[in-house]
Design a protein around this ligand. Sequence first.
Ligand code: GLN
Length: 493
Amino acid sequence: MSGLIDLSLVQAVQALRKGDISSRLLIEAYLERINQLDAKLHAFLAIAPEKALAQAEAADRRLQAWRRHPEEPLPALLGIPVAVKDVLCVAGMPCTCGSRILEEFYPPFHATVVERLLSAGAIILGKTNTDEFAMGSSTENSAYGVTHNPWDLERVPGGSSGGSAAAVAARLALVALGTDTGGSVRQPASFCGVTGIKPTYGRVSRYGLVAYGSSLDVVGVLGRDVQDVASVFSQIAGYDTKDATTLDLPVPGMNVGEQADLSGLRVGVPEEYFIPGMQAEVEEVVRQAIHMLEKLGAQLKPVSMPHTRYALPVYYIVAPAEASANLARYDGIRYGPRVPAQTLWGVFRQTRGQKFGPEVKRRIMLGTYALSAGYYEAYYGQAQKVRTLIKQDFDAAFKDVDVIAAPVAPTTAFKIGGHGDDPLSMYLEDVFTLPANLAGVPGLAFPVGFDQQGLPVGMQLMGPHFREELLFRTAFTYQRATEWHKNTPEMVA
Ligand code: GLN
């Protein structure tokens, strides 16, 4: 069995086509991993074994037919097991968003990204754990219990796509979908030692993604290496009539390329991303990785992004403001459970009061305050202006460099409960990831080493809008020359 879960996505696709393995055996191998290990990890909130096995059998029949008629095109991800973060709608499966307020909610339709995965032949194993409504950096804000980091079960996997990152790292899924509003794909990828893309805002449809901060939200992919991530990205990205913010631009193909080295590539190194207070080993490991890019032929250039320090206060106005509007729809009348009361207002109050968790309530209050009459200009209006300055930092930098290299998070995975009841110290985990969301640019996180406790350290590359392929090619060249992405936690060995 263990051989099957060792195959990368690209290898599994090839082995399936050749008939060396069957989708049924592949899916069984992953379901067995989930059965064995998810009690320890709690990466999944729901699994769909029967459906997955039935789909695997259908995939195997299709592969057999194809081998007789290999001239027929075959869907790119036929028979491949994926996991989906529980903020994305999969018809027929629960969609809780990690919240009690959606505990009985079964969406009647698929998110566009899910629809695209399924029509590419992928098989959904289950839904992964998340901070409630994707608000958090540790998965501790899930109403259904924390996910554990496969590298150290006493630590968080990061968040909010912590379930997806842990599932990929521990090989409970081959690849997984996540979402990134302020770092929720990149930071858990970094904490769990996997690769994750936060695409350009507008590159991937948000239809069927339960909204958090609508001007920031984007669906991304977590996988074992750049090639696997790019393969799934190329299937889910692109224009969608159901999301007016998607752009009708060509999507890069599955193959991330075979260029010899990085010569000609200008890599910007922003000093504002190396700050006092960050874990010294993280800085050291990331600087080594940047040096490696240079050894591979890239030219390093210092760049200045002076408004970086405002990203945190700007984000924690904009995201809660948008969240407060988006979450107004959970009223006990539609969607999830209802707490009965004498009056309509009573139903609203009781349902929202009892079913939302503390972090969500905090954000709704912050956001409602920031949007209220008399304060709107001082908070939301001002934050939007500073957001423009942050975007202009990126525009200016990309006049001089092709990509920007920076740490993903100031620390490696912290202990469960490590940030206690201090929301501000938790928010500080996001300092390096928020700017890309505010500017809408793509970011790719991938493992570049370990700290002294053996916990993975990630680096991110950020690029101009819609240049994901540049990030993929750069990181691919790095991964071809290094082994960091091949390290696995002990529970995989
Ligand atoms: N940690 C950030 C927050 O709590 C980002 C979360 C996300 O990207 N969904 O809002």
